[in-house]
Ligand binder design. Structure first.
Ligand code: GTQ
Ligand code: FE2
Length: 324
């Protein structure tokens, strides 16, 4: 590169450290011996906060948005669950974003594809509601988990007469962090589906995973977990959790960032120092390295998404201590 020649500072003339530090600016470096905040530290620091969003609030807001926001011009009618730390308007936890979305009865949301991986958990939908994934209609029923991996075309088609509500999870914050973001529309506004596939590998139907979940051995009294796999998505996983009424599940600190969605039941959670009371359709942000306890007041099913696959891939998946 041909840059304007500038005189090199005369480092040997520096008479004290402050003067040397000032001269370092001229060669665009920072000293590494006197940093105000260390770059390396003994344990994870967490800037994101534990947080809770109520479905009742989001539903009311989306219902109103149904009058005012059209899917003819809005890519998606969604509400971003941005972590409530100052200045943040997107991630729910460091690597993941959650959003509530509504598609009205008789309406469609156009097909597109993007490098972020995505999934949804359905809260309300009547028969005839589909996500079209790469030309296949995948049915959406309450409690179902649907995947739309990196670069697969997807659109939402509600051919029922009632409004459908669900929760999206995307790894878009991770893609923004690393850089490889690509997005494009489908050439047809809403991709034509050639077939309906209720048994699509992109779908974990509640009616299928609930009985399997309730059948696995307990990992603690009244606590069962079931990984909703095969992985399919590279960056985040899904674990269904069944909690029996009156039981508590204690979870140690983990480097994995997590988001919980309440599929059935009611209860309360403590994430770090924050306590939340939850019910069906609610979302909880559980940032990494905060101990957790979850208690059901009525038999509950939760789905937990986490970036554990990323942490594991680079050998950064670690756990710490249980809640006090
Ligand atoms: O439904 O395709 O909440 O692309 C954010 C981005 C939903 C979707 C969101 C998306 C979608
Ligand atoms: Fe999308």
């Amino acid at each position: 590169m041909n840059t304007t020649a500038t005189a090199r500072p005369d480092f040997d003339s520096a008479s004290d450290l402050a003067q040397l530090h000032r001269m370092l600016e001229d060669i665009q470096v920072k000293n590494g011996w006197n940093k105000p905040t260390p770059s390396l530290y003994p344990q994870p620091k967490q800037h994101y906060m534990p947080a809770h969003w109520q479905y009742a609030d989001a539903r009311a807001a989306l219902h109103a948005a149904g009058r005012l926001v059209g899917t003819e011009w809005a890519e998606r009618r969604n509400l971003i669950l941005a972590n409530p730390i100052p200045g943040n308007d997107y991630p729910t936890v460091t690597t993941l974003v959650a959003a509530y979305q509504m598609v009205k009865g008789g309406e469609a949301a156009r097909s597109h594809r993007h490098t972020p991986n995505a999934m949804r958990v359905v809260v309300e939908a009547a028969p005839g509601t589909f996500t079209i994934v790469d030309g296949t209609d995948v049915p959406m029923e309450p409690g179902d988990v649907l995947l739309t991996p990196n670069w697969s075309f997807h659109g939402h088609d509600n051919r029922s007469e009632v409004d459908a509500y669900w929760i999206d999870i995307l790894d878009a914050p991770l893609v923004q962090l690393l850089g490889p973001m690509f997005f494009e529309h489908h050439p047809d506004k809403v991709e034509k589906a050639e077939r309906v596939d209720p048994a699509s590998p992109m779908r974990f139907a509640l009616r299928d995973y609930k009985p399997r979940l309730l059948d696995v051995p307990e990992i603690a009294p009244g606590v069962r977990t079931l990984e909703l796999g095969p992985p399919t998505l590279d960056t985040f996983d899904r674990v269904a959790v069944a909690l029996s009424a009156g039981r508590e599940w204690q979870v140690a600190q983990s480097t994995a960032n997590q988001i919980f969605i309440v599929v059935e039941g009611e209860g309360s959670s403590r994430i770090g120092e924050h306590g939340f009371e939850w019910r069906r359709g609610d979302v909880i942000a559980a940032p990494a390295w905060l101990a957790q306890r979850h208690r059901a007041t009525r038999d509950a099913i939760l789905v937990r998404m986490s970036d554990a696959p990323v942490m594991r891939a680079f050998r950064w998946l670690r756990s710490g201590t249980l809640p006090p």
